[in-house]
Design a protein around this ligand. Structure first.
Ligand code: AMP
Length: 279
């Protein structure tokens, strides 16, 4: 496994060691890799001549210092997992190597895409995400970049950034990976107790039940029902449950021909969990 920390090292490696690899599949991550990340890396490996994974916990996208400091980090294990999934090169930048002297994010306003859902609950979060992904794309210059539907809103925003800025990269959205009981895999799950993990199963269960309900119930009434289910469940504190148009992320007022998505955020064991599914 080749690990580099500065964009200029990649420029050299790309031309000296990998000039025969036409396509580069890129998977940006914050580390603490699990099977969700692995599925993105495996897919990138199937569809490209070379896979680059970045591992970087980006401070500017955290709106709470405690969440940033509690974020799990284990580079050694990450390198093994990435290699097993088909990655040959890891980009592990430092704050200085990727940001330079000033670690700041620029404002991003894509209307509802950035202001709704996570954008409303985590001020500045998507400014940080767009800023870092732009910098990472600029450094790695991938042919294709792989993002999980686990962060459904992030995927929509990155697609919009690439469209607006005419960045020459194909964005590939990958299905959300769950454990066998239905819990969405997340690096933050490592902070859940065993009991918390059982409690957290109620999130995906509620989305499944919502999906099975009769469509005579309007989307927003169904979203309210799902929110109440979570709120009345011991150990769960929901922040929001919304049913939206899967492309625009606008709240859906009636069932129509557009694809609908249910997205939620809830706290379990002091850990903020996000989940979503088609509905
Ligand atoms: P993160 O390390 O949490 O920033 O995630 C890096 C990438 O992996 C993002 O594109 C995530 O959406 C994706 N990812 C994280 N968890 C999952 C999952 N359970 N299923 C699919 N993709 C995921």
């Amino acid at each position: 496994m080749i690990v580099f920390t500065h964009p200029r090292e990649w420029k050299r490696l790309r031309s000296e060691l990998f000039s025969d690899r036409a396509s580069v599949g890129y998977v940006p991550t914050m580390g603490a890799l699990h099977e969700g990340h692995q599925s993105l890396i495996s897919r990138a490996s199937e569809e490209n001549d070379l896979v680059v994974v970045s591992i970087y916990v980006n401070p500017t996208q955290f709106n709470q210092a405690s969440d940033l400091s509690a974020y799990p980090r284990d580079l050694g294990t990450d390198l093994e997992i990435a290699a097993a999934a088909g990655c040959e090169v890891v980009f592990a930048p430092t704050n200085e190597s990727i940001y330079g002297e000033e670690m700041v994010s620029s404002d991003t306003d894509y209307g509802t895409l950035t202001s709704s859902l996570e954008g409303a609950e985590r001020p500045g979060h998507f400014n940080g995400v767009v800023t870092i992904v732009r910098k990472l794309f600029n450094a790695v210059k991938p042919t294709q970049a792989y993002f999980g539907e686990k962060d459904f809103q992030q995927l929509a925003i990155i697609r919009e950034m690439v469209r607006r800025e005419s960045i020459d990269v194909n964005i590939v959205g990958c299905e959300l990976v769950r454990d066998e009981d239905g819990l969405a895999l997340s690096s933050r799950n490592a902070r859940l107790s065993n009991e918390g993990k059982l409690t957290a199963l109620f999130l995906s269960k509620t989305m499944r039940e919502a999906d099975e309900k009769d469509r005579t119930v309007p989307p927003q009434t169904l979203a309210k029902w799902a929110f109440d289910q979570l709120e009345n469940h011991p150990g769960i504190e929901p922040e929001y449950v919304e049913i939206v148009d899967a492309t625009t992320l606008e709240k859906l007022n009636e069932w129509g021909t557009e694809e609908a998505r249910i997205l939620l955020t809830a706290w379990v064991d002091g850990v903020r969990l996000i989940d979503n599914s088609a509905i």
